[in-house]
Design a protein around this ligand. Structure first.
Ligand code: ADP
Length: 372
């Protein structure tokens, strides 16, 4: 039996899964959280020792796969970690100050805990390295952009890749023949245009802040809002970062960053909740139109992650109004309480609309194993 150990190391938690690579079954999973808080694991090494104890000694781990948020322009695919790779991930912390150092701490802890087992870094950005220059370039002074690596990188690539493959399997067509628009709607949210298996547009940019309205992030905003607030409200960069990343989005507009709670409030007549949801959906529709234009049409529109998989209202509100293109949701299919991969459009719809549950851990396991 070969097993892949998948690690998602954040600043204060380590999530892990042990996956049987043949059956792709999850043998064990867990989370060590509150790292660094009194009464909990002191640091990532300490947390990894707790994980090791949970694993016991019946394991046959072939490879450890790590989620790494930012791979910059350097990493176009999953990569076996070497000291040089560690250095680059560390250097890329400038672009992802909250994520890359935590990811690296997980890599270092796992290297110590599993001596001799290859460690593979699977980057959220890698899938989007196929973007064209016109899609990834911000129209700012070229020298400044170059000096600081300012461009669109995109995120959620592991999920968009997994969902692309799963959608092609569901449609029984080669991915190379398909044009897809994939909405990954979780706490973080992004939409990706995939043409023949290659990411050609992604709503997230230099950081995961750009694009859709998210649980607590604003998504797209006029950058002049920042200078304006600095001037009139005296906010510094830390306060602005906090505002846009943690106090905006659904939370900022409705008082809750959780789609379920926002929907419940709106259904009970809460006007701020309804208005906030309208902004959320308006942005989804804006991107759907744009990405259909970029792709020159699509074979499928796919919804995934917490909101995408579980909120029929959000799916229906996003697609409503695209009937002029022949795209039609089937109400009963959309509202059926199923959980797996499913088509929710009518048989006559010009574009197939699907719900495809994502599985980033499994994709990390597959890519890690393929690497070794
Ligand atoms: P993360 O990005 O943290 O992995 P998830 O993919 O789990 O997040 O998505 C979390 C979001 O999914 C939350 O906004 C949550 O309210 C929403 N969600 C989960 N279940 C439902 C549901 N049944 N109906 C509507 N929204 C849901």
């Amino acid at each position: 039996m070969t097993q892949v150990f998948v690690v998602n190391s954040g600043s204060s938690s380590i999530k892990y899964q042990l996956i049987d690579s043949r059956t792709e079954n999850v043998l064990l999973s867990g989370i060590i959280d509150r790292i660094g808080e009194p009464g909990h694991a002191a640091d990532h090494d300490d947390a990894m020792r707790i994980v090791l104890a949970a694993l016991g000694d019946t394991r046959e781990i072939t490879v450890v796969g790590h989620r790494v948020v930012h791979g910059g322009s350097r990493f176009t695919r999953a990569t076996v970690v070497t000291p040089e790779v560690e250095k680059v991930i560390d250097r890329l912390s400038a672009l992802a100050p909250l994520h890359n150092p935590a990811n690296l701490a997980g890599i270092r802890a796992a290297s110590a805990a599993f001596p001799g087992v290859p460690q593979v870094a699977v980057f959220d950005t890698a899938f989007h390295q196929t973007l064209s220059a016109e899609a990834y370039t911000y129209a700012i002074e070229a020298d400044v952009a170059k000096a600081h690596g300012i461009r669109r990188y995109g995120f959620h690539g592991t999920s968009h890749k997994f969902v692309s493959d799963r959608t092609a399997a569901q449609l029984s067509r080669p991915l190379s023949d398909l044009k897809l628009v994939i909405f990954h709607l979780g706490n973080g949210a992004s939409v990706c245009a995939v043409d023949g298996g290659r990411s050609v547009e992604i709503s997230m940019g230099l950081t995961p802040l750009e694009g859709l309205v998210m649980g607590t992030r604003s998504g797209d905003i006029d950058p002049a809002v920042l200078f304006h607030l600095a001037r009139v409200a005296g906010m510094d960069s830390a306060a602005l970062d906090d505002l846009l990343n943690r106090r905006s989005g659904l939370l900022g507009m409705t008082g809750t960053g959780d789609m379920r709670d926002a929907r419940t409030a709106a259904a009970a007549g809460d006007e701020a909740a309804r208005a906030g949801l309208n902004v959320y959906v308006h942005r989804l529709r804006h991107y759907l139109g744009a990405y259909l234009a970029h792709l020159g049409g699509a074979h499928a529109i796919v919804f995934t992650a917490g909101v995408g998989e579980n909120s029929p209202e959000t799916r229906e509100e996003t697609i409503r109004g695209f009937e002029w293109l022949g795209i039609e949701i089937d109400r009963a299919r959309n509202e059926a309480p199923e959980r797996g991969v499913r088509v929710i459009s009518t048989d006559a719809s010009s574009v197939t609309v699907l719900v495809v549950p994502t599985n980033e851990e499994l994709e990390i396991a597959r890519q890690s194993l393929a690497c070794v």
